[in-house]
Design a protein around this ligand. Structure first.
Ligand SMILES: *Cc1c(COP(=O)(O)O)cnc(C)c1O
Length: 354
């Protein structure tokens, strides 16, 4: 007789995180997953090629020491304040597994990155969301104590809104919160401020960064987290021994060392972002003040879902999002000027003439 398999109840019950569409066939203008439209630093490609021709028969350095040393230089901190991950999603998983056990609870703002609640579900933990105010600030309720609360997540800049809380505000929230706070800075290289300095002021504040968006290395999978060394020690016990491979360590180290490439890329994206936001505004959309490489656009009369589908028929992919109690909208990644012009041209033809 065959025995049927049985996943843990918390796994069987969950739906699983669904990432943005990655079409395989056809030619799409992809403005749906916040990838960088430009290629990464040539130094990163060269480093990956060099790493591929030497020593792949050996395991990589479990701590990605060369990356930590280079990043420590760039940010003016010590290498033992840095933990590397297989993308920053890996770091979010490590943090959740370190702090949140079965039956315990984590908190995050809503609408925000949907993965946070998925991570709680995998742990068999509860996920408690606190709604942003209509102006995308957070009420003190985010910091209120609650039984079994073990971890807070805060995407800053936030997705899908692109809005950013000031470091002073984040510190205020973190200091009242009865548990550690992970500030997810996946988009921070496109913002005006960041929370790296807060890590020094409070051992319960951790900051995660990604090389996927601002360094144009989404396909490589590399992220890093900054926290006080005694926190890094605990997190390191939870990670896979070899969570970053030799190619990604080499590429990420070269990329973080090429800050001139980052500055030039940022300049181009910010320029296109303001053009995109302005045009959408002139089409009758409400557009939040984005500090990221995407904009969040809502419309009072045109249906965001219909626009999403019509755009897709024309081979333009944007992210349609709806959250109960919030106006549905479109999250549009900042592409090249040519991609954004093509998007705006088609979008305008889909809107009723005003
Ligand atoms: C894209 C994204 C990440 C994940 O980045 P990876 O480094 O590619 O894993 C984390 N948080 C937010 C809010 C993101 O949008």
């Amino acid at each position: 007789m065959t025995q049927s398999f049985k996943a843990r109840p918390s796994i069987a019950r969950m739906r699983g995180y669904v990432p943005g569409e990655q079409p395989r066939g056809g030619k799409f203008i992809k403005l749906n997953t916040n990838e960088n439209p430009y290629p990464p630093s040539p130094a990163a490609i060269r480093a990956i090629e060099a790493a591929a021709t030497q020593g792949l028969q050996r395991y990589p350095d479990p701590l990605a020491t060369v990356f930590r040393e280079r990043a420590a230089d760039v940010f003016g901190i010590d290498p033992d304040w840095i933990l590397c991950g297989n993308g920053s999603d890996d770091l979010l998983t490590i943090v959740t597994r370190t702090f949140v056990g079965e039956g315990e609870c984590l908190r995050y703002p809503r609408p925000s990155y949907v993965l946070y609640s998925t991570l709680a579900e995998i742990q068999g933990a509860a996920a408690e969301s606190v709604d942003f105010r209509p102006d995308w600030t957070l009420s003190p309720e985010f910091s209120s104590s609650s039984d079994n609360l073990r971890l807070g997540f805060l995407a800053n800049p936030n997705s899908p809104s692109g809005t950013c809380l000031s470091p002073e505000e984040v510190l205020r929230l973190a200091e009242r919160l009865p548990c550690p706070l992970l500030v997810d800075e996946a988009y921070v290289d496109f913002a005006e401020t960041n929370c790296l300095d807060l890590v020094r002021q409070n051992e319960r504040i951790m900051v995660s960064r990604s090389l996927s968006k601002s360094y144009a290395l989404a396909g490589l999978r590399f992220g890093f987290l900054v926290a006080q060394p005694q926190v890094i020690v605990e997190l390191s016990k939870v990670k896979d021994s070899y969570n970053c491979d030799a190619l990604s360590i080499a590429g990420a180290t070269a990329a973080i060392g090429d800050q001139a490439w980052l500055a030039e890329n940022r300049r181009k994206i910010l320029h296109t972002r303001s053009r995109l936001a302005e045009k959408l505004g002139s089409f009758g959309f409400q557009v939040t003040d984005s500090q990221a490489n995407f904009v969040w656009a809502t419309h009072d009369t045109a249906s965001a879902h219909t626009l999403y589908e019509r755009l897709k028929e024309k081979h333009i992919l944007v992210r349609y999002m709806s959250y109960t109690g919030w106006q549905e909208g479109l999250r549009v990644s900042v592409g090249t000027d040519e991609q954004i012009d093509a998007f705006l041209h088609i979008l305008q033809s889909l809107l009723p003439a005003t």
